[in-house]
Design a protein around this ligand. Structure first.
Ligand SMILES: NC(=O)c1ccc[n+]([C@@H]2O[C@H](COP(=O)([O-])OP(=O)(O)OC[C@H]3O[C@@H](n4cnc5c(N)ncnc54)[C@H](O)[C@@H]3O)[C@@H](O)[C@H]2O)c1
Length: 328
């Protein structure tokens, strides 16, 4: 089997390439333009082609290699940025993805695994969130993911291509063996902000402490990146065994408040920083907790690292390693 991984030099893609290699898949080609990924994240024997996954010349060359499976991670992922610059998001996450999908069909790709997002649900009022919930994205990023899911469903129905769209909740943590991790300095997600602002500024702002939740702060479902990675291997095996197209949530099924996450971070890292209660941020989703029953039932997913302590500990270990002289 030959697998193409777009965005395989990025955070979740690189952990997935590692999981694929460890599961015996050796013929892996990564296309990544390194706009937010790093060449050193692509572990051998996977091969990196540096370039745009929407570049027809690159795709023509790659598909000569008889690819049967595509894992499509490459995308822009900042919801706030997508509000300011929607075209950038629709172009990368929808238009280029559509072009690549056409090439997949022309070249007989059989299996397609897509990185979707919990952002397709928008601001939901009841929990846990199952795949049957209404989809109502609140920003262009979420819409871009929902549009491409719909394109995949329509294309699957009309052709022999089978797809699994995986709706990730908040990914965090780092490879427990210490080979890979996130670049928190560039991230605008909660754990990146926590790691960077608390150590560099000595304070962390919680946006909104007057919500109707257990301690007034927002509730998040955070899932370890290595558990997300193993889900892709499970999804691939499911498709290869003849499974049909599916849309599947991937979350930890636990809801931690921002204040709880801050407190565990202080405990694990030993960092002493001020916690400042700031005003609510427009557009923030109040509570997000996944149901991952379908992932367990259909692809046989199990989580091994998604307790909050392991998530924070591995992220912290990675940050310490990344700050060592000569690293990075
Ligand atoms: N991180 C999360 O919590 C999260 C949650 C839900 C969904 N997702 C989705 O998962 C996927 C991976 O996210 P991530 O956190 O690993 O992000 P990331 O930014 O680390 O990885 C994306 C990779 O795609 C590459 N890329 C982007 N546009 C490209 C292009 N046109 N051509 C070639 N390469 C390109 C980037 O260089 C990067 O290496 C994305 O599709 C994202 O929307 C992420």
């Amino acid at each position: 089997m030959r697998i193409l991984v777009t965005g395989g030099a990025g955070y979740i893609g690189s952990h997935t390439v590692k999981a694929l290699i460890n599961s015996g898949y050796k013929n892996i080609i990564v296309i990544d333009d390194l706009s937010s990924g790093y060449a050193k994240n692509v572990l051998k024997p996977a091969v990196l082609i540096k370039g745009d996954f929407g570049d027809e010349n690159i795709l023509s060359d790659v598909f000569k290699l008889k690819i049967d499976t595509v894992l499509h991670f490459a995308a822009f992922k900042s919801a706030p940025e997508s509000v300011i610059n929607p075209i950038k998001y629709y172009e990368n996450n929808v238009s280029k993805s559509l072009l690549m999908l056409e090439k997949c069909l022309e070249n007989g790709v059989k299996n397609f695994i897509f990185s979707s997002s919990a952002a397709v649900y928008g601001d939901v009022q009841s929990f846990p969130i199952t795949e049957e919930f209404e989809t109502k994205p609140t920003n262009p990023y979420g819409w871009s993911k929902l549009f491409f899911e719909q394109i995949l469903s329509d294309v699957s129905a009309a052709t022999g291509l089978k797809h699994v769209s995986l709706r990730y909740f908040n990914a965090a943590g780092a490879d427990p063996e210490g080979l890979l991790g996130a670049n928190h300095a560039k991230g605008d997600d909660l754990i990146s902000r926590l790691m960077v602002e608390s150590s560099e500024k000595g304070k962390f702002q919680i946006f909104g402490s007057d919500y109707e939740t257990k301690d007034g702060t927002c509730i998040r479902d955070i899932v370890h990146v290595s558990d997300l990675a193993s889900a892709h291997v499970d999804a691939l095996r499911y498709l290869v065994k003849g499974g049909g197209s599916e849309i599947i949530n991937l979350g930890s099924e636990s809801g931690y408040s921002i204040r709880e996450i801050v407190s565990i971070t202080k405990e694990i890292t030993g960092m002493d920083f001020d916690v400042v209660d700031a005003k609510r941020r427009p557009g923030d989703i109040v509570v997000s907790i996944a149901s991952s029953e379908r992932a367990k039932e259909i692809i046989g997913w199990t989580r091994n690292f998604s307790d909050l302590e392991t998530i924070i500990q591995t992220a912290w270990n990675w940050d310490k390693k990344a700050s060592e002289p000569g690293h990075g």
